[in-house]
Design a protein around this ligand. Structure first.
Ligand code: GRF
Length: 216
């Protein structure tokens, strides 16, 4: 296997998506390794998950910074010091500047709990319930300066049940997030993505991954 890509994962909370990436990276053939976890909350549970997996962590709390530029500078520095090739946002509650997004262009992923471009921003599951859609889901996409707007890599559909509330729907979407985030990272880490405008195309070797993500 070629050298694994080194990944920095940015979190703010529970870190169940981080856990899914850590678990996937234990597979011998997985093309990425989690090299660093950064949190902007010192009490994020994801930090404990990282410690348990012996992954180095950094905490950069927003309140310690007078402006976003300095916070982003320190995040960038930490990612470079850890030799990260790829960044994964996993429930990271912070909007990046255009400069940061451009620095990592094509190498930074996010997971969002809706079928983008529907229901961008906060409380995507609540937005889906309020809109009355019968199918929602989750999306792995490349990050650009616009929030929840970059080219889509993978999506998984999740039906909305009559009995669903925000918690039950979020839980079922989260299960799918854990599946597609590690697949999306593998696709990026293997260099199999071609981007044409807003569309991404995944080379043959992993078309299976794309198919699987849709069959939930
Ligand atoms: C997930 O629903 C993710 O899609 C969103 O924030 C949540 C993070 O959950 N961006 P976790 O911290 O990974 O458990």
């Amino acid at each position: 296997m070629s050298v694994r890509k080194r990944v920095g994962v940015l979190i703010s909370g529970n870190g169940s998506n981080l856990q899914a990436l850590i678990d996937a990276s234990y597979e011998q053939e997985y093309p990425a390794k989690i090299a660093l976890v950064i949190s902007n909350k010192s009490n994020a549970f994801g930090l404990r998950r990282a410690a348990k997996a012996a992954i180095p962590t950094c905490i950069f709390e927003n309140k310690a910074y007078s402006n976003r530029e300095n916070l982003e500078r320190d995040i960038n520095l930490a990612l470079h010091k850890a030799d990260c090739d790829i960044v994964c946002l996993a429930g990271f509650m912070q909007i990046f500047s255009q400069k940061f997004a451009e620095t990592w262009e094509g190498k930074i992923l996010n997971i969002h709990p809706s079928l983008l471009p529907s229901f961008k921003g906060l409380h995507a599951q609540r937005q889906a319930l309020e809109a009355g859609v019968k199918i929602t889901g989750c999306t792995v996409h490349l990050v650009t300066a616009k929030v929840d707007d970059g080219p889509i890599i993978l999506q998984a559909a999740v039906p909305v049940m009559d009995k669903d509330n925000e918690a039950s729907l979020s839980a079922r979407i989260l299960e799918q997030e854990h599946q597609i985030y590690q697949k999306g990272l593998a696709i990026l880490a293997t260099g199999l993505i071609q981007i044409k405008g807003r569309r991404t195309f995944i080379a043959q070797a992993s078309s299976n991954m794309q198919h699987q993500a849709f069959s939930c």
